[in-house]
Write a protein that binds this ligand. Structure first.
Ligand code: ADP
Length: 414
């Protein structure tokens, strides 16, 4: 059995999954959060959740347990967080000291123009990821804290960085270049990089596999709609256009991010409302999107508000759909047609109303959703277009952790 530990670390929390890459199943997963949180009177208090998915039964064969263990304790930094995680593995299983993983895979948001492939982490790679924090101040520092803690916890294992930007290395210059002063842009590495690449890659490959069609022949549009949201046009397996830009702020309306906005709004707010750069950053990244419009950041709450006739929720939902339709039409034009459209992530996999609304004006392009199929729920990949639709529309559950585990193993086996 080859197990890979996948770590997705932010500045105040990290998620992990131990994945058996032969069966492609998670053996255990967990979340360590509120790292360094000083909000409690007793000092820093963190929360660690550990879920065991499978345990060996009496005869040694795995049985599903899905038992979850939660503890609250001080977690001042990532190193302590990793010690708590290791302890949970030893106490609740599966024991990492008895059956260590073969490698550790790390999700890293920004690989800049430097990292196009999953990369074995060396001290020099760490320095480069740190240096890329200039482009991703909200994301790369947390990833680096996770990498350092994990390398200290598992010094003998290969550690591999898998970058969210990597899949978009194939964007043509016309798609990634902003129309601003070229010298300035080059000096400050200002261009579109694109994100959620691991998910867009996984979903587009899974869609081709599901349809039994060669990836190279397909024009695809993938909507990854979670708290963060992006859409990618994929031609023959290559990303050719994507909605996120130099940072994950551009593009679709998201849970708390504005997506596209006239940059002059920022000049105006700086001049007229005396907002600082940090105020504007927080406004657009943390207090905009559906949260800014409706007061709630969770799409389920927005839909409940729509049903209750709440005008703010209704407007938020309509703005959200309007942007999705604009991107769907744009990517149809960029690709010159499409064979498959897939929806993934929390909203994309669960909201029939969003899926229907995103495509409801595209009947003229041969895109027809079957209402009953769209409403039906179930695990795995499923078709939601009609049999006569010229374009196949799918719901494809994403699995970024599995994709990271598979890419990590390829590099570690190197
Ligand atoms: P993240 O970007 O944090 O990984 P997820 O992919 O988990 O996000 O998606 C989270 C989003 O999915 C939330 O906005 C949540 O409201 C939404 N979501 C989950 N289930 C449903 C549902 N049944 N209907 C509508 N939205 C849902």
């Amino acid at each position: 059995m080859s197990a890979v530990l996948v770590v997705n670390s932010g500045s105040s929390s990290f998620k992990y999954q131990l994945i058996d890459v032969d069966s492609r199943m998670p053996l255990a997963s967990g979340l360590v959060e509120r790292i360094g949180d000083p909000s409690t009177s007793s000092g820093t208090m963190g929360v660690a959740k550990h879920k065991v998915h499978f345990a060996a039964s009496g005869d040694g064969s795995p049985t599903v347990t899905d038992a979850t263990y939660v503890q609250e304790l001080p977690i001042p930094d990532h190193a302590v967080g990793f010690a708590v995680m290791l302890d949970a593995f030893e106490t609740h299983g599966p024991s990492l000291s008895e059956a260590p993983p073969v490698a550790v895979g790390h999700r890293v948001v920004h690989g800049g123009a430097r990292f196009f492939e999953p990369t074995l982490i060396t001290p020099l790679v760490e320095i480069n990821i740190d240096e890329l924090s200039v482009l991703a101040p909200l994301h790369n520092p947390g990833a680096l804290q996770g990498i350092r803690a994990a390398r200290a916890a598992f010094p003998e294992l290969p550690h591999v960085a898998v970058f969210d930007t990597a899949f978009h290395q194939t964007l043509p210059p016309a798609a990634y270049t902003y129309a601003i002063d070229r010298e300035l842009a080059e000096q400050h590495r200002i261009r579109r990089y694109g994100f959620h690449g691991t998910s867009h890659k996984f979903v587009s490959e899974a869609a081709a596999g599901f349809l039994g069609r060669p990836l190279e022949e397909l024009k695809q549009i993938v909507f990854h709609l979670g708290n963060g949201a992006s859409v990618t046009a994929i031609d023959g397996g290559r990303s050719v256009e994507t909605s996120m830009g130099m940072t994950p702020l551009e593009g679709l309306v998201m849970g708390t991010r504005s997506g596209d906005i006239d940059p002059a709004v920022l000049f105006h707010l700086a001049r007229r409302a005396s907002l600082s750069i940090d105020d504007l950053d927080a406004l657009l990244n943390k207090r905009s999107g559906i949260l800014g419009l409706s007061g709630v950041g969770d799409m389920r709450d927005v839909e409940a508000g729509v049903d209750a006739g709440d005008p703010d929720a209704t407007l938020a939902f309509e703005v959200y759909l309007h942007r999705l339709r604009a991107y769907a039409g744009s990517y149809l034009a960029q690709l010159g047609g499409v064979d498959v459209i897939s929806f993934t992530a929390g909203v994309g996999e669960n909201s029939a109303r969003v899926r229907a609304g995103a495509l409801d004006t595209l009947g003229f392009a041969g895109i027809e959703i079957d209402a009953a199929r769209n409403e039906a729920r179930g695990p795995g990949i499923r078709v939601i277009s009609t049999d006569s639709s010229a374009v196949t529309v799918l719901v494809v559950p994403t699995n970024e952790e599995l994709e990271i585990a598979l890419q990590t193993l390829t590099v570690a086996a190197g």
